[in-house]
Design a binder for this molecule. Structure first.
Ligand code: MG
Length: 297
């Protein structure tokens, strides 16, 4: 196996391709985050949070998609394919309509401003799930420093517009992902700024549309898990300090993709959803895998 991969379970050798390199596609960012693939447009959007911009990568190169971006962080697409974004600057989750207008979807809970929505996914029923840690208001680096009025929670935004706190017992929830069959939710906890909080990925069983039975699923051995995504076999691919870690549904480490910068987030894309795009500190990387992502669309 090449220097790009580390095999921890022999099965992982079949998940990667020995002649597919980890390629650096672009660099020069301060903290790249929030990759989202648009297969219909053959492009990847991602955030460069401190520089207040969203970038657009295609095989032809890099352009600016939106600047200022209200310090956008994580992105996803809804079931209609529209861009859903977490914005630190407005402390909100927004939707970009097909005509380019931006619709605020959630910015308050319980009469108080959200902290700084970080990462977001959309459930099969169209509900938008997002995390709300305090990183975007803890300093002026990735947003605007401000007092924190709400605990760091996970929210579910119903298609009707009702906002509900669904996980309230994590220190600082960050990346999140559903298993392919929708029966399980994974949430990464990166801990509060200035606290010695545990950092791990938790798993929840979905029952009647809500997460229950939260337990520690996996603890990354290098750095911590920020953004996470599932492949079609239910393996969880997690950002880590030394690259991307692949974790089996039973929680054991399958292997690693080694990346020379701290990884913040990742998403599957490309012709067959078999290309993993990786945002890592100052750069964007990709690698073709022998696995497919499950995110929709
Ligand atoms: Mg994040």
């Amino acid at each position: 196996m090449t220097a790009f991969f580390e095999i921890h379970d022999p099965a992982f050798a079949g998940y990667v391709l020995h002649n597919a390199p980890v390629k650096r596609l672009a660099t020069g960012f301060d903290w790249a985050e929030g990759p989202v693939w648009f297969g219909d447009l053959q492009c990847l959007l991602f955030s460069d949070i401190p520089n207040n911009r969203i970038l657009r990568w295609t095989e032809d190169g890099l352009t600016t998609f939106r600047q200022p971006s209200n310090y956008a962080n994580g992105h996803t697409r809804d079931r209609q394919g529209r861009l859903i974004s977490c914005q630190h600057g407005t402390r909100s989750v927004t939707r970009t309509e097909w005509d380019g207008t931006i619709t605020p979807l959630a910015d308050h809970f319980d009469g108080k401003p959200l902290n700084s929505p970080n990462d977001v996914i959309v459930a099969p029923d169209g509900a938008i799930w997002f995390t709300d840690p305090h990183y975007g208001i803890a300093s002026d680096y990735e947003g605007f420093k401000a007092p924190q009025d709400l605990p760091c929670q996970v929210y579910r935004l119903d298609p009707s517009g009702r906002l509900q706190a669904v996980i309230s017992d994590m220190a600082c929830p960050n990346g999140l992902a559903f298993s392919p069959d929708g029966t399980r939710l994974y949430v990464a906890d990166t801990g509060r700024v200035g606290h010695q909080d545990p950092q791990h990925i938790r798993a929840f069983d979905m029952a009647n549309g809500l997460p229950t039975n939260g337990r520690i699923f996996h603890t990354i051995d290098q750095g911590c898990a920020d953004g996470i995504r599932c492949d079609s076999d239910g393996n969880l691919w997690s950002s880590a300090g030394d690259g991307v870690h692949c974790i089996a549904p039973d929680g054991h480490l399958m292997g690693k993709i080694l990346v020379p910068e701290v990884v913040s987030n990742l998403c599957f894309g490309g012709r067959a959803k078999h290309r993993l795009f990786i945002t890592a500190t100052t750069s964007l990387y990709s690698v073709i895998l022998n696995r497919k992502g499950v995110q929709q669309p």
